[in-house]
Design a binder for this molecule. Structure first.
Ligand code: NAD
Length: 354
């Protein structure tokens, strides 16, 4: 099924069960695929192009050095500037392949076939590609939208349960950005994944990205849960997965919103949130470790020339509201101290209770 996207949107979006070879590029193409998907791809009857690269790239290797051999390989083939690269994998692989496609011959076309729930619901759409630097995640990258996104839910069959949960947090984020309490509650219930949830998330993100492709305003709402989330993810030494850290950040944002005088979320949302997040409590770093990371956040607003300083910087924070769209507010990093403490207390209480 082709999803409807705004007129002129850079990416055609398809949501299917089984992969369909008809959606592969017409003309010359190559593939960068996650090794874990090689068998499933072949079993689905999908072709493997000559010169395909099958790779295993862990989050720690989301680095520029990983894509250099790919670029050298394409240059040796040589891959023509009219060729298309197909990325088959999770967010790490699609961020890197998109980045490589943006660099090769100053930019060639690419398609993305996301294979994790997180990539289907979020990472693969929106044209942000990137790699990490030692100073932080996603500090280098390019906006380079894929021509086509093809999400095939059958490919999720082998995805480990922890990664299914991980992707679910980006869906909960999507619901909370829109103030969709009932949807957030449904997502937090135990039960099988629904394809309709992915469809809803893709449709929402396509609209936001189309209206604000360069993140000048509305697109910043997609960072809900990411401010505290990124700090917790880095402070855990990346033992927390991205989505898990976002989940913690979402609860933190609900608490911060209330402290900022916004309408509080009801226990019917907060209780299942706490219950789902409680197993992550041991991974929450102490406040002293989070503060410097928050001050260095990419969304921190510093005076020109000033170095990141927790006492003077402000961060663009996204605050959710029940029943209404989330709002943005510039706040000092210290504003997160109390939500961080409450988050820890709530999750510890819950893990003792269970
Ligand atoms: N570009 C964006 O807008 C954007 C948005 C959100 C997140 N991201 C990035 O996404 C990355 C996280 O992506 P992720 O959660 O998909 O993790 P991931 O790409 O590391 O994949 C998770 C694991 O699952 C394996 N895997 C992938 N698909 C599988 C399948 N179908 N069956 C079995 N195993 C499979 C992978 O090999 C990997 O070990 C982060 O680097 C984050 O920065 C990017």
């Amino acid at each position: 099924m082709r999803l409807s996207t705004p007129g002129g949107f850079a990416t055609e979006v398809f949501l299917l069960e089984a992969p369909d070879r008809e959606l592969l590029p017409v003309g010359a193409w190559t593939l960068v695929g996650d090794l874990r998907l090689r068998e499933a791809w072949a079993q689905a009857g999908m072709p493997e192009p000559e010169h395909a690269l099958w790779v295993a790239v862990p989050e720690e290797e989301k680095k520029l050095r990983t894509v250099i051999p790919w670029l050298e390989h394409w240059a040796r083939i040589p891959l023509h500037r009219d060729a298309t690269v197909v990325a088959l994998g999770g967010g790490v692989l699609s961020d890197l392949t998109g980045l490589a496609a943006s660099l090769f011959l100053r930019g060639i076309a690419w398609q993305v076939w996301p294979t994790t729930l997180l990539a289907m619901a979020d990472a693969a759409l929106g044209g942000k590609t990137g790699a990490d630097l030692s100073a932080g995640k996603n500090l280098v990258g390019a906006f380079h939208a894929p021509r086509r996104l093809v999400a095939c839910t059958d490919l999720l069959a082998g995805l480990p349960e922890r990664h299914v949960q991980n992707g679910l947090w980006e869906l909960v984020k999507t619901a909370l950005i829109q103030g969709e309490l009932a949807w957030a509650q449904e997502l937090l219930q135990e039960g099988p994944l629904k394809v309709a949830w992915v469809e809803r998330a893709l449709a929402f993100k396509a609209g936001v990205v189309h209206r604000d492709p360069r993140e000048a305003g509305e697109r910043r709402l997609l960072n809900l849960g990411h401010t505290l989330g990124h700090a917790l993810e880095a402070a855990s030494g990346y033992r927390l997965l991205h989505g898990e850290a976002v989940g913690l950040g979402l609860l933190g944002s609900c608490l911060l919103a209330e402290e900022q005088g916004l309408k509080p979320f009801p226990p019917s949302l907060l209780e299942p949130l706490v219950k789902r997040l409680a197993p992550l409590a041991p991974q929450i770093a102490p406040w002293a470790d989070c503060l410097p990371l928050l001050a260095r956040d990419k969304k921190a607003l510093h005076a020109p020339g000033a170095s990141p300083d927790a006492s003077t910087s402000q961060i663009q924070c996204v605050l959710p509201r029940p029943g209404e769209p989330a709002v943005q507010r510039a706040l000092p990093p210290a504003a997160w101290e109390s939500p961080h403490a409450r988050l820890l207390a709530l999750l510890h209480q819950e893990s003792v209770r269970v």
